[in-house]
Write a protein that binds this ligand. Structure first.
Ligand SMILES: NC(=O)c1ccc[n+]([C@@H]2O[C@H](COP(=O)([O-])OP(=O)(O)OC[C@H]3O[C@@H](n4cnc5c(N)ncnc54)[C@H](O)[C@@H]3O)[C@@H](O)[C@H]2O)c1
Length: 336
């Protein structure tokens, strides 16, 4: 693309859009052209706060406009599907919030449309861009870490309306984050606890790489907290609740060895003074994902995570929702 800014139309100006995504646009090479929401007041407020020149009545009005290169959609999951598909068919690139559709069928429709149209279609799994997680990913690529052997991931949160909401709004984050670190899942088994209509899943995973892992996704926890432990041949990386990163190293083997304090390195962001990098939009990954999308579009590259990543996650959501008592075997190359 020869221009310097991606011209964006924005659909869905609710809670998450107003708190995290619209405020992140200013960090990216983006011009916000028009906004749209079923609730006119929300669209007006978004236009005022984030400098959109126009408010349009419906998503259809927006996707057909010639002065827009990309459409953002941040709404109910089925809206992600309908807007993404019509926008890509109209030649627009798409940034959609997670989940990629309301179910596996919709995620595949999005994937198919992205393949047919060749448009960029990014899914908002922002944890990949979060400060501590992107540092952990970089550390994993260094020789000192060795090959990844095991991962533990827990994403626990308050009660949800139903199993479906638990999976498509919350578990998708953990499923994608673990795949980001470890690569494709090959085989999964799950144990399920149901109490007062709330679910906990304890999942065992094997990855294509041969590494193994355990994931816990629960809606039976009073607070939203998460933890990831990634084990390599020579290091253990722990990220606790996004704010604490530890690297445990061991330079030799032996049961009687004293662990030196210098074998444990920690990173904690500085929150005590206003600091762009520790602003939650950067720290939690929202600014990073939006910048990555815009820069990819301008450079003619495909942003990641994309519609294929959306399908990879929704296959596991579909299994957890409908058949978690049987193991899930995932072929390495999925039929299209
Ligand atoms: N990544 C994250 O951290 C994170 C956090 C919260 C929510 N989310 C995602 O963001 C999305 C929105 O969640 P929310 O909590 O902001 O919901 P919300 O209900 O506050 O916002 C959704 C907005 O979409 C609008 N809308 C619905 N149908 C529409 C249509 N046909 N045309 C135009 N506008 C329409 C609604 O009026 C509403 O303003 C969800 O998909 C959720 O998964 C992500």
């Amino acid at each position: 693309m020869s221009q310097s800014l991606v011209r964006v139309g924005f659909v869905g100006c609710g809670y998450h859009a107003s708190l995290n995504i619209l405020p992140s646009l200013r960090f990216a090479p983006i011009e916000l052209v028009a906004v749209c929401d079923l609730n006119r007041g929300r669209a007006e407020q978004a236009a005022r706060r984030f400098g959109a020149k126009e408010i349009v009545p419906t998503a259809n009005d927006l996707v057909s406009r010639k002065d827009i290169d990309a459409v953002f959609v941040v709404g109910p999951p089925s809206l992600h599907t309908s807007v993404a598909i019509s926008a890509m068919r109209a030649g627009k690139h798409v940034f959609m919030e997670k989940p990629s559709g309301d179910n596996l069928v919709q995620a595949r429709q999005i994937q198919q449309t992205a393949r047919e149209t060749g448009r960029a279609c990014m899914i908002g799994f922002m944890k990949r861009f979060a400060d501590t997680y992107s540092r952990a990913k970089t550390l994993m690529s260094e020789t000192a870490f060795g090959h990844p052997t095991h991962i533990f991931g827990r994403y626990g949160h308050w009660n949800m309306n139903c199993l479906h909401d638990h999976l498509v709004y919350m578990s998708v984050h953990l499923i994608d984050l673990v795949r980001f670190f470890m690569g494709d899942y090959a085989r999964l088994t799950a144990e399920v606890n149901i109490r007062n209509g709330q679910y906990s899943f304890a999942i065992s995973a094997r990855f294509d790489s041969g590494a193994v892992g355990n994931l816990v996704s629960t809606a039976q926890q009073p607070r939203v907290q998460e933890r990831v432990e990634i084990t390599g041949e020579r290091q253990l990386i722990v990220v606790d609740n996004l704010v604490n990163l530890e690297i445990h190293s061991s330079s030799c083997n032996g049961l009687d060895r004293n662990i030196e304090l210098s074998d444990i390195q920690t990173y904690r962001p500085d929150f005590s003074i206003p600091n762009l990098n520790q602003n939650n939009l950067w720290f939690q990954g929202y600014a990073g994902e939006v910048i990555h999308f815009a820069e990819s579009v301008l450079a003619g590259r495909s942003p990641v995570p994309n519609a294929d990543d959306g399908v990879a996650v929704m296959r596991i959501v579909d299994w957890l929702e409908h058949d978690p008592t049987h193991p899930l075997e995932l072929p390495q190359v999925e039929e299209s």
